[in-house]
Ligand binder design. Structure first.
Ligand SMILES: Nc1nc2c(c(=O)[nH]1)N[C@H]1C(S)=C(S)[C@@H](COP(=O)(O)O)O[C@H]1N2
Ligand SMILES: [Mo]
Length: 313
């Protein structure tokens, strides 16, 4: 039993919550380890580095999805299309060194390293992430508003959108050797969506550095949109005048639009969006009602005033 591999925080760092989380995770991991000796989450835990984060705004007090579900049930096609593939395969990703290239309609293009991103004042934001596949999770992300990063650049007035790109490195991302999607994975936001205080760049979750399968070392989290807008392992951010292409819209334009706001009234062509299953709840747990804008309507509905959200889905 590899007990020794669990990091021991210095006594000065221990808060009651961390003690609780560590103990809970330790017990879950110990239980799982006896059944599944090669559980990838264990390797991730062993390397996990703690992050210091102040409690941030907009949090939900719904029960958090357990760590093992958050890190064991993922969509990250660069590592395979199965929900357990990312946890199994993402250990191979090298996340240091890491930079995001910032270019396009900006007078001060450049690159920003992960060390600088980790130096932003970090907050814990307990947000829901709802996948278009009608499952959802409640995750204590660690990150900072994307607006804080964008404000550091002299963006030109003609910029209307921000485009994002994920790393392409097939040697470390086995899913990129298949054509399951066009690589790189790309996403985009309108400038006001990108600047909205709910939109964060996340560098961790559950108080530790982002597990590879969740989009290490830095990903977007846009909580009022379907999960696929929350692009992982970002290496480029470009300011554009034209609406940028987005992966799922390229893949299936009849199913996925640019906006992709959570909308229980606009069904996916192949299934209803009216309700969802909370990952980690038992198989027989009652489905929960999906809320417009994933429950963040009060904060973001005004961004879409006057738009037909059935056409702009
Ligand atoms: N680069 C990249 N980003 C991605 C994806 C992906 O396959 N590749 N999947 C998206 C989808 S469909 C969802 S639901 C969320 C899942 O995030 P999670 O696995 O951390 O819960 O990531 C999104 N970001
Ligand atoms: Mo998704």
């Amino acid at each position: 039993m590899p007990l020794i591999r669990f990091p021991q925080p210095a006594a000065s760092e221990i808060t009651p919550k961390e003690v609780f989380l560590n103990r809970r995770r330790f017990m879950a991991a110990a239980g799982a380890a006896s059944m599944l000796p090669a559980l990838p989450a264990l390797a991730q835990n062993a390397a996990a580095q703690k992050l210091t984060a102040a409690p941030g705004p907009f949090g939900t007090d719904e029960e958090k999805t357990p760590y093992d579900a958050v890190t064991g049930y993922n969509n990250f096609y660069e590592f395979g299309t199965g929900k357990e593939d990312p946890a199994r395969n993402a250990g191979s990703l090298t996340t240091k060194p890491w930079t995001i290239k910032v270019d396009g309609l900006v007078n001060t293009p450049g690159e920003i390293g992960i060390e600088e991103l980790l130096a932003f004042p970090l907050e814990e934001r307990v947000y829901r992430l709802r996948c278009v596949e009608a499952w959802s999770m409640v995750i204590p992300w660690v990150g900072f508003p994307l607006a804080e990063l964008i404000k550091r650049y002299d963006v030109q007035g003609s910029a209307k959108y921000v485009a994002f790109e994920t790393l392409v490195r097939p040697e470390e991302m086995p899913g990129q050797n298949s054509r399951s999607l066009d690589w790189p994975y790309v996403e985009g936001l309108r400038m006001d969506e990108a600047m909205h205080p709910l939109t964060i760049l996340a560098v961790g979750l559950y108080g530790e550095v982002m597990p590879n399968q969740n989009g290490a070392p830095v990903r977007l989290v846009v909580p009022w949109k379907y999960g696929f807008k929350s692009i992982k392992s970002i290496v480029r951010m470009s300011f554009t005048e034209k609406q940028p292409p987005t992966t799922w819209n390229i893949q299936a334009p009849q199913e996925y639009g640019f906006y992709s706001n959570v909308n229980p009234e606009v069904d996916h062509p192949r299934w209803s969006q009216a309700s969802e299953r909370r990952v980690g709840d038992g198989f027989f747990a009652k489905r929960i009602e999906t809320l417009p804008f994933n429950g963040y309507g009060e904060q973001v509905a005004s961004l879409y005033a006057g738009m037909d959200l059935r056409a702009n889905y």
